[in-house]
Design a protein around this ligand. Structure first.
Ligand code: TYM
Length: 332
């Protein structure tokens, strides 16, 4: 059976970008067609300046939101990365296969390191080695497919390279995975800066729709979205990023095609209104379920405990065989 692995990092509140680019596909498609694992990758949240209490709260919230979005623990495994030691164990072995040049070429590293330096901070070594830990997340489970938004493609490519290199040097150990992306909304843009990705920790907060935003806030953010000069509603992400972003969001909510949708509109106002309505309608049930789940924290804790146990059982044989293949003496 196909094995799927993906994750979300608790560095901020989950956004509409996370939902449309990843989470809704995990819930609607992936968990039904494969053996799927979805992970709150809390170790990755320690790679930039962080507040310990906030990371813990965001991890709990992310887990609750994944379940509220429809991930069903009867169908898939939902767990927290730091609860399964195999991720860190394997990451070290992969560090012995990866090169520092490869790490320095990663776009996300360059962007995040530049941001840290601009803020006057220093760059944590773990930010440089981030993609190796991500590769360990994926390879530990014999993953075939990694459903992610566009921004993670380079990391999955690196994961493939590391798997192939390890297998060539030390014998076949890892499945070589591939990234899968959604047909629309693979890169939802910031509503105020439609040439940049909508991110959890964006400085341009009014351009980010969070999954837990009140309907009034969602409407306000979408109605105030920056559009392009010109009047025509055209789908052209290069020339008209603002309008194209709204068309992508609407298409993802309705399950349509952004180019076809553009023919329906003669004004930006009508497009914004329909997009706002569609997003509010999409998020309503998620927010209702989130509220119910928050009233029963022991349920979420139980899901995570059970998830970690299952994940450990799945990861251990692969990681143990990697230890042996690379030349480490098994404990007697
Ligand atoms: P993270 O937490 O930034 O994002 C989680 C998922 O959401 C997607 N995404 C988006 N999709 C479309 N438009 C956007 N604006 C947008 N913003 C985020 C991301 O592509 C991702 O699929 N490094 C990963 C976490 C990770 C991981 C893994 C993922 C760690 N280990 C192993 C897959 C497999 C990250 O920071 O995702």
């Amino acid at each position: 059976m196909t094995r799927i692995f993906s994750g979300v990092k608790p560095t901020g509140h989950l956004t509409l970008g996370n939902y449309l680019g990843a989470v809704c596909r995990w819930a609607e498609v992936d968990q039904h067609r494969a053996e799927a694992l979805f992970c709150i990758v809390d170790l990755h949240a320690l790679t930039v300046d962080h507040d310990p209490g906030r990371v813990r709260r965001l991890s709990r919230q992310a887990a609750t939101l994944l379940l509220a979005s429809g991930l069903d623990p009867e169908l898939c495994t939902v767990f927290v990365q730091s609860h399964v030691d195999e991720h860190a164990r394997l990451s070290y072995l992969l560090e012995c296969v990866a090169t520092d040049g490869e790490m320095r070429r990663m776009i996300q590293y360059k962007e995040k390191a530049a941001l840290e330096r601009k803020r006057g901070g220093s760059v944590r070594l773990s930010l440089l080695t981030y993609p190796v830990l991500m590769a360990a997340d994926i390879l530990a489970y014999g993953t075939d497919e990694v459903p992610v938004g566009d921004d993670q493609t380079q990391h999955v490519e690196l994961t493939r390279d590391l798997a192939v290199r390890f297998n060539q040097r030390y014998g076949h150990t890892f499945v070589v995975p591939r990234a899968t992306r959604p047909e629309v909304a693979a890169r939802v843009m910031n509503l105020q800066e439609p040439t940049s990705k909508m991110g959890k920790s964006d400085d341009v907060g009014p351009g980010v729709v969070y999954l837990l935003d009140e309907p009034g806030t969602v409407r306000k953010k979408i109605m105030r979205a920056v559009t392009d000069s010109g009047q025509d509603v055209e789908y052209d992400p290069q020339e008209r990023p603002g309008v194209s972003n709204l068309l992508e969001i609407l298409a993802a909510c309705e399950g349509g095609d952004p180019e076809v949708l553009s023919g329906r509109y003669t004004s930006y106002g009508a497009l914004k209104k329909d997009t706002a309505d569609a997003v509010v309608e999409l998020l309503g049930p998620v927010q209702d379920r989130h509220k119910q789940l928050c009233a029963d924290p022991s349920y979420v804790e139980g899901v995570l405990r059970d998830g970690a146990r299952r994940a450990r059982e799945m990861a251990r044989p692969t990681v143990d065989s990697a230890y042996e293949a690379i030349g480490l003496l098994a404990p007697s």
